[in-house]
Design a protein around this ligand. Structure first.
Ligand code: NAP
Ligand code: HSE
Length: 430
């Protein structure tokens, strides 16, 4: 882009949009020093023109509710989509790309569900579709996978990709606070999605994982084929017991390359307390990956919030403002990435944590252990707690590595025993 002023058409002036505007205002001189160009927020599209705003863009910024004021303005160089949702941004971004305008977005939900067709369109038009802020807020993982680690085959990638869920797990673990109190705090602080079930049911992390799998493996892993388990049913009791065993419970997003097949999922899991990801607390995010040349790499930082996320959006805008060559959107040459070769979830292998609530009577432990043995599940540790016996007593088993189809079959059998008083609790151990 040759002009000395880069005009931005911004859709959305909420948490992230406001953060972006603040950074552009505060760091204007710094941006000019790096780009030799000024960034100007020319037009802002919002839903409600009368809503009070906590940032004041420059006096000549136009506010609008009309998509045409962004797309039909030939002076607007880059469309920045920070509205969220699916249908409106899909329409906005598709039309922007069709008209030859580059786009920056933080919208992982849209990219996870409609990324393939949007990237194909961007490639056909030779324009940019950049999305650093869509995964892990301020952490530069998109650029890292696309450029810095481009020469590596990625063996595994494990991320704490949802700040809201990590904040909830940390506060429940450290302060013993209950789930809904901590969720309300996360919403107050602007970490949570407009619909917080996306955060707590693991869907937001799954959206981000789909984006990362494309970048790391050049394959399209459909969202519906990921294992997705959230944290809404994680019990304080298991968090405390896990601590006693020396573990922390975290919502993890994980992909592993198993001899050419990808195993991917989002689930609450137990991590040893000395594992580097176990120390990632509060709303912070982290990604630990293993490249076949570089070895282990970990990135850590703020995964949500106005300024951290605005920082990532701004980096994309500056990258597009700098380039005159064809933008590198996915990191791969194909206009449409191939479908992932996927390892079936039932064939995945983990160590496991099981908790059964049972009647305290002779033979119970032996019956459960017997079923585990029949399903090739080897027990590593067992603990029985003496609680109020009429409500049943908890028995916790930690297993060695076992295949998921065996685990599912064992749980199906065990839950039918008359001495089992509540649905079994099960987590993977990483
Ligand atoms: P937000 O605070 O809810 O703000 C959304 C903004 O978009 C508001 O200004 C809203 O207008 C506008 N908007 C929504 N629908 C619109 C429509 N149909 N037409 C015109 N304007 C519309 O959202 P946010 O938290 O900033 O998130 C924005 C995007 O960034 C989402 O895709 C989210 O997943 C992603 N993201 C967020 C974070 C974070 O920390 N919050 C981090 C990473 C990525 P009004 O102000 O008039 O209502
Ligand atoms: N709701 C998301 C989170 C925002 O809590 O991580 C960042 O994508």
């Amino acid at each position: 882009m040759n002009n000395t002023v880069i005009n931005l058409g911004l859709a959305g002036l909420g948490t992230v949009g406001s953060g972006l505007v603040k950074i552009i205002q505060e760091n204007n001189d710094w941006i000019v020093r790096r780009l030799g160009k000024t960034l100007k927020v020319k037009t802002i599209m919002v839903r409600d023109l009368d809503k009070p705003r906590n940032v004041v863009p420059s006096a000549d910024t136009t506010f609008t509710t009309s998509i045409e004021d962004l797309l039909g303005d030939p002076q607007i160089d880059i469309i920045v989509e920070l509205a969220g949702g699916i249908e409106f941004p899909r329409q906005l971004i598709t039309q922007a790309l069709e008209r030859g305008k580059s786009v920056v977005t933080a919208n992982k939900a849209l990219l996870a569900e409609h990324g393939p067709e949007l990237f194909e369109l961007a490639a056909a038009k030779g324009v940019g579709l950049y999305y650093e802020a869509s995964v892990a807020g301020g952490i530069p993982i998109v650029q890292t996978l696309k450029e810095s680690l481009a020469g590596n085959r990625i063996k595994t990638l494990t991320g704490i990709l949802n700040g809201t869920a990590n904040f909830i797990m940390s506060e429940m673990s450290e302060k013993g606070e209950d789930f809904s109190t901590v969720l309300a705090k996360a919403q107050d602080k602007g970490y949570a999605e407009a619909d917080p079930t996306l955060d707590i049911e693991g869907i937001d992390a799954a959206h981000k994982l789909v984006v990362l799998i494309r970048l790391a493996y050049g394959q399209d892993f459909p969202l519906e084929r990921l294992i997705i388990e959230g944290i809404s049913k994680v019990d304080q009791f298991d968090i405390s017991l896990a601590r006693e065993f020396g573990y922390r419970v975290k919502l993890l997003a994980q992909v592993r390359d198993k001899s050419g097949l990808l195993q991917g999922g989002v689930y609450p899991a137990l991590l040893r307390q000395d594992h580097i990801l176990a120390k990632v607390d509060g709303p912070f995010n982290a990604i630990l990956l293993e490249g076949n040349a570089v070895g282990p790499v970990m990135l850590y930082g703020q995964g949500a919030g106005d300024l951290p996320t605005g920082s990532a959006v701004l980096a994309d805008i500056m990258a597009l403002a700098r380039t005159d060559s064809a933008p590198n959107n996915t990191g791969f040459l194909e206009a449409r990435l191939p479908q992932a070769q996927i390892l079936a979830p039932e064939r995945t292998v983990f160590r496991h944590y099981f908790r059964f609530t049972v009647l305290d009577r002779p033979g119970v432990m032996a019956s459960i252990a017997g079923v585990m043995g029949e399903h090739n599940i080897s027990i590593a540790q067992v603990v029985q707690r003496q609680c109020a016996p009429e409500a049943g007593v908890p028995i916790v088993f930690l297993s060695h590595s076992a295949q998921m189809n065996n685990v599912s079959a064992a749980l199906e059998t065990i839950k039918k025993f008359s001495f089992v008083l509540a649905p079994p609790v099960h987590y993977r151990i990483i």
